[in-house]
Design a binder for this molecule. Structure first.
Ligand code: AMP
Ligand code: MG
Length: 500
């Protein structure tokens, strides 16, 4: 690897408060690995909000040194770039060793959000790149940048994205594209696959060191427990967070696309945005990844796949837990937690905060009607929120919702049940709560595609404007009304595969 162009910039005004957490685990976990230069580079998108949350100075975006560092052209003073080793199950099959093939961590920093790992995605080859080039294209980098922040705006746990930088350097996928780097930020990028790696290779002491690191850094309340209880507690915590995450995804119509165990975060964060999609018309069998020919990762299968993945994690932790019963019990909680979390989220979408017996059936009936007519997932809930609000004084408030259905009589029957369930509740306050729950804006494929086309032509305005809107997706943003519309015809021809 040619590192001759890398040098630590001198006299930089920006102090990065380096800290060591995962980085202190040592060489068995993380190989030193400098980024490869990507010059000349330019800013594509900058996340001002995250910058402030991290307590970093606003003039970061004016700094040539930071632009260089976040493109892989120079090293930040005090950083310790490295790539981590992991393995995993891909599409249900053991894939063996993988690792950060194109993600290079610059190190961890202390921030008001706690310790955060700063990672460059697409900054060149690492010891784990196998036959890959270690690069990411502009298209996929913009998608990851916007999706991470859209998820955050929706209140869904996710890795964050600080910026995207681009360069004219060519990268070859199905066709010639250009290279870009996303700077990702998370308290930890530890995946189920990290545990699977050390278990599968029989490195039990390293497995224990990894588990102890995760417990100390992220679940300190487990530290005083006995070994079995501590590692079972870890499995239980990951199970709980994963159940919550799946409920979040299902409730906004998010399809991840590649739920391999190496793309699952032990902190329950949405991780590795590739061929993801926020659904347009509701179809539980929707497959967003063009390469997923069997539909393993179809929308409706995600919760079940997450459970399967948790079993892989449980299996990997067995040498530490050393007792089957409590491990199975920890995993078993998923079967209670996920349906509860999903019910709670779906009921909140209907403005129902106190659980009633028939609520699940009410949600199911509506989803079946939506599926039958492929009703747009986001528009439906948003119009319903307005309808409930307006129904305080308008007799025809539900008409705009009804108009979304071809089988209007099916909707009419459902609406009568729904209004009966709402009973004497104050429609205005229920409607307001629904408008705070059901987003007006989501990152539809066609919006991402429009931003990408403009950025490819050198105009980054839409990337930045979309980022701002998606940060508060339940607000009205009247200047961007068109972005809340149904997907246009051409959106259905956008094909997203693993190639990024
Ligand atoms: P993914 O399907 O994106 O989760 O990637 C699976 C594995 O392939 C991970 O180990 C990635 O780091 C690696 N990988 C994906 N794309 C590339 C690339 N262009 N260069 C090197 N490694 C890659
Ligand atoms: Mg991945």
């Amino acid at each position: 690897m040619n590192t001759s162009s890398l040098s630590a910039p001198r006299g930089t005004a920006i102090q990065w408060p380096w800290s060591r957490s995962f980085g202190a685990l040592g060489a068995a976990f993380r190989s030193p690995c400098p980024p490869t230069s990507l010059a000349p580079s330019h800013w594509v998108g900058c996340n001002h909000r995250l910058l402030t949350e991290l307590g970093l100075p606003e003039d970061v975006w004016q700094s040539q040194e930071v632009l260089d560092a976040l493109s892989g052209n120079a090293l930040l003073e005090g950083s310790s770039p490295g790539a981590t080793i992991y393995s995993g199950h891909q599409f249900g099959v053991w894939a063996g060793q993988l690792g950060d093939g194109r993600a290079i961590s610059l190190g961890e920093i202390s921030t008001p959000l706690g310790v955060q790992d700063i990672q460059l995605k697409g900054a060149g080859p690492t010891p784990y790149s196998r036959r890959g080039d270690g690069r990411a294209v502009l298209r996929s980098s913009i998608r990851e940048f916007l999706a991470s922040e859209a998820m955050h705006g929706l209140g869904i746990p996710t890795t964050r994205a600080l910026c995207v930088t681009g360069s004219p350097t060519p990268v070859y996928r199905e066709e010639r594209e250009t290279a870009a780097v996303v700077t990702r930020v998370a308290p930890s990028f530890v995946r189920f696959g990290h545990f699977e790696h050390f278990a599968a290779t029989g490195q039990i002491e390293n497995l224990r060191a990894l588990a102890d690191h995760v417990v100390q850094a992220h679940f300190p309340e487990l530290v005083p427990l006995s070994d079995t209880s501590r590692y079972c507690g870890l499995l239980q915590e990951v199970t709980c967070r994963t159940a919550e995450l799946m409920a979040h995804w299902q409730a906004v119509g998010f399809c991840h696309g590649v739920m391999n165990t190496d793309n699952m975060s032990v902190l329950g964060l949405t991780l590795d945005y590739g061929p993801f999609q926020f659904m347009d018309g509701f179809n539980p069998n929707h497959i967003c990844n063009h390469s997923d020919t069997s539909g393993r990762y179809a929308y409706a299968r995600q919760p079940q796949v997450a459970y399967w993945n948790l079993f892989c994690l449980g299996q990997a932790l067995m040498p530490l837990i050393d007792a089957q019963e409590p491990a199975l019990a920890a995993l078993e909680t998923y079967k209670i937690l996920f349906p509860e979390a999903l019910d709670q989220r779906m009921c909140a979408k209907l403005g129902l905060t106190d659980a009633h017996d028939g609520d699940r059936a009410l949600v199911e009936t509506l989803l079946q009607a939506m599926q039958q007519d492929r009703v747009d997932f986001t528009v439906l809930w948003r119009r319903l929120s307005h309808a409930v609000y307006e129904s305080a004084h308008l007799s025809h408030a539900f008409e705009p919702v009804r108009d979304l259905f071809m089988h209007r009589e099916v909707f009419d029957t459902w609406r009568i049940q729904y209004e009966a369930r709402l009973g004497s509740a104050d429609r205005r306050s229920v409607g307001q709560q629904m408008l705070r729950t059901n987003p007006k804006f989501i990152l539809r494929n066609h919006l991402g595609e429009m931003a990408i086309r403009q950025a490819t032509a050198g105009d980054f305005g839409m990337v930045q404007a979309l980022l701002n809107v998606l940060h508060s997706p339940c607000e009205e943003h009247p200047a961007f009304e068109g972005w809340a519309d149904l997907a246009p015809e051409w959106a259905s021809s956008i094909e997203i595969s693993c190639s990024s």
